[in-house]
Structures are given as C-alpha cells and as structure tokens.
Design a protein around this ligand. Structure first.
Ligand code: S3P
Length: 184
C-alpha cells in the first residue's frame, strides 16, 4: 500500500531576541499539548554549556553550525506536530529559511525597539548584546533581519501590548485556517 505522510503541522516561532518566542511557545504547548522544542535549549544541552559559553569558547560561527544542525534534524524528524521556538538569528541562511518554512506554520513575533531594549536589558544570556551600545547593535541586526523574518513567516504579529494568552489565541486561529486551507 502506498502511504502518504501527512504534511507537517508544526507551529514555528521566529523573531528577534526579546519578542516572546519562548513565553508564547510555552503557552501554545499548554493549550495544544504538542511537544515544545526550544532550539536554543537543545543547542545548550548538546554543547553541555550555555550559549554565552559557546560564543566565548568557540565563536558565533560554531554556534550557527550547531543551530543549523539542530534545524536539519527537526526537518528530518517524523514528529510533525510540535511547537518550535527558535533563536533570533536562525533566519540568517537561505537553507535555514527554507527548512523553517517547510516545517509548518511560521509566525514572526515582532516588537518595537524600546520594547526589545527593555526586555533584553534584563538578562545577560545574549552574547550578541554584550556591547557598549546594545541599542545600536539591535538596530543594526534588525535592519538585516527584518526582511528575512518577513520572507520566512506566514504571519507577523506585533507583540507589544498583548499578553502571551492573547497572542496564543490569535496564532491558533490563524494556524488552524492555514492548515485547513493550504494546497496539498
Ligand atoms: C541570537 C538569539 C538568541 C540565541 C543566541 C543568538 C540571535 O536566542 O540564539 O544568543 O542571533 O539573535 P533568543 O532569540 O531566544 O534570545
């Protein structure tokens, strides 16, 4: 018998640091019961150290290789209903962008610069922002990445002023529509 695998129904969260991917991911996981895959967490588990240490010991290029490897594995996996929370820089290569889009419904969580500044200022866990002028760094990265998020996402949501419950409700309704109507 010729069995056709059903197309993946993962919900993939992309977007800049501090835009709420992990928080909204947890909310979606609770609502749907789908397993939650946090790519940064997977990378840390595999490397046996936090992301700041990976950057410090091995450099950003090595981190990006690990990130791409984790994404390739997710793309090969037979598990097709997961919530996948990504790191902010995952859209940096064409290969990654293609894999993300094929994984399922891709949601770009966005926020204005002051909100990103406020949220990222609270933690030291983001090595790219360990600089004298984090605002300038964020702005420079956003300029490069916004078009990449745009071309990868099926949906863009501005997270400012909404809590994770409201965001999850919006995402679930749109994802349901997407999975029901996409061409087979
Ligand atoms: C990065 C974002 C981080 C993490 C790493 C690099 C980036 O993830 O992957 O520090 O390049 O924007 P979050 O977006 O979850 O903070």
């Amino acid at each position: 018998m010729n069995e056709t695998a059903s197309p993946p129904e993962n919900i993939v969260l992309i977007g800049f640091m501090g835009c709420g991917k992990s928080t909204v991911g947890r909310e979606l996981h609770q609502r749907l019961g789908y397993p939650l895959v946090d790519m940064d967490q997977l990378i840390e588990e595999r490397a046996g150290k936090p992301i700041t240490a990976i950057f410090a010991d091995e450099g950003e290029a090595a981190f990006r290789e690990m990130e791409a490897d984790v994404l390739r594995e997710l793309a090969r996996s037979k598990e097709t209903r997961r919530i996948i929370s990504t790191g902010g820089g995952v859209v940096g290569t064409a290969e990654n962008r293609g894999l993300l889009k094929n994984l399922g419904y891709v949601v770009w969580l966005d926020a204005p610069l002051p909100v990103i500044m406020e949220r990222t200022g609270k933690s030291r866990g983001r090595p790219l922002l360990h600089t004298g002028n984090p605002a300038a760094k964020i702005q420079a990265l956003l300029e490069i990445r916004e078009p990449l998020y745009q071309q990868t996402a099926h949906l863009k949501l501005d997270t400012a002023g909404l809590d994770s419950g409201e965001l999850a409700t919006g995402i679930l309704e749109c994802a349901r529509y997407f999975f029901t109507h996409r061409p087979s």
